[in-house]
Design a protein around this ligand. Structure first.
Ligand SMILES: Nc1ncnc2c1ncn2[C@@H]1O[C@H](COP(=O)(O)OP(=O)(O)OP(=O)(O)O)[C@@H](O)[C@H]1O
Ligand SMILES: [Mg+2]
Length: 275
């Protein structure tokens, strides 16, 4: 399971109130798109879900437990740019999380553990469409390939929650459509809950099961610092997904495994899979 509960969360920087009394329950396996004007606090909100920032008031719970005060392997993240390490190859980037989590004293795996991690990383690299690029460095990849790599890097840790901050914003439309298809497939095949910030309404309504808008209710210049943004719209796109799809990434995750209804049809209509 991976339910997020955001309870009366405020975020203030000094005198500036960025977010004001945000309450939201994100169901396990939902795909939430977060939209809103520039500067309204979307990235700040995402950083709080990641554990990089703490709410000034209120609390955030993941599966009923207070979110740890720092980023952890249960939350993966992809930013618009610079999510991957330039000095590591594709394979090195995907392996990195495993090396840090698997080896206690040194960030290095040995023997069978390393072989297994490499096999898993190679499979995932294939899943995101980067097979053959294992030994390339990020600078040798296109923007779309780099974002695929960033996804693989986040997914190898099988996060409960995947946080995306305008991950496809810098890609041109053709590449973006391709990566949307990939993103949908990954979401269907894993158990994770996704929260994605985007400026692109079309992207929000194409990918998400729920679209949330943050806005300041009062936006007069003299009030800007005193009132934060909060949820002003909450739109369900599809009924919440209750059942899990057979998973290629996380067979060990809990949750029922039954074929899915309309989500699969949706993929079928995009030509991704046969109905
Ligand atoms: N570390 C920080 N210290 C002080 N103020 C901050 C900090 N981080 C963000 N802010 C302020 O919080 C507000 C919200 O910023 P945030 O980056 O969350 O907006 P956003 O909705 O993601 O905007 P954009 O759509 O442009 O990415 C801004 O006014 C910003 O200046
Ligand atoms: Mg932002």
């Amino acid at each position: 399971m991976s339910e997020l509960r955001i309870e009366n969360v405020w975020k203030e920087y000094g005198d500036q109130i960025v977010l004001e009394d945000v309450s939201l329950t994100v169901a396990s396996r939902a795909f939430v798109a977060l939209v809103g004007p520039s500067g309204c606090g979307k990235s700040t909100f995402l950083r709080m879900l990641l554990g990089q920032e703490q709410p000034t008031r209120g609390q955030i719970l993941l599966d009923g437990e207070l979110l740890p005060a720092e980023p952890g392997p249960d939350r993966g993240v992809v930013f618009q740019r610079y999510s991957v390490f330039p000095h590591l190859t594709v394979l090195g980037n995907v392996l990195l999380g495993k090396e840090f989590s698997g080896a206690r004293h040194k960030a290095k795996l040995f023997g069978a553990a390393r072989r297994n991690a490499i096999a898993e990383a190679r499979q995932l690299i294939g899943e995101v469409g980067l097979a053959g690029a294992e030994d390339k460095y990020p600078a040798q990849l296109s923007g779309g390939m780099q974002q695929r790599l960033a996804l693989a890097q986040a997914l190898i840790m099988k996060p409960k929650v995947l946080l995306l901050d305008e991950p496809f914003g810098a890609l041109d439309p053709g590449i973006r459509a391709e990566i949307h298809t990939l993103m949908k497939r990954l979401w269907n095949e894993t158990q994770m809950t996704v929260v994605m910030v985007t400026h692109d309404m079309r992207e929000a309504f194409t990918l998400a099961s729920r679209v949330i808008a943050f806005e300041r209710r009062r936006d007069r210049p003299e009030e800007k610092e005193r009132y934060g943004a909060t949820i002003t719209k909450d739109i369900s796109i599809w009924p919440p997904r209750l059942a899990g799809a057979p998973s290629i990434f996380s067979p060990d995750r809990d949750g029922p495994v039954v074929p899915m209804g309309h989500r699969r049809d949706d993929l079928a209509s995009s030509g991704e899979i046969q109905p």
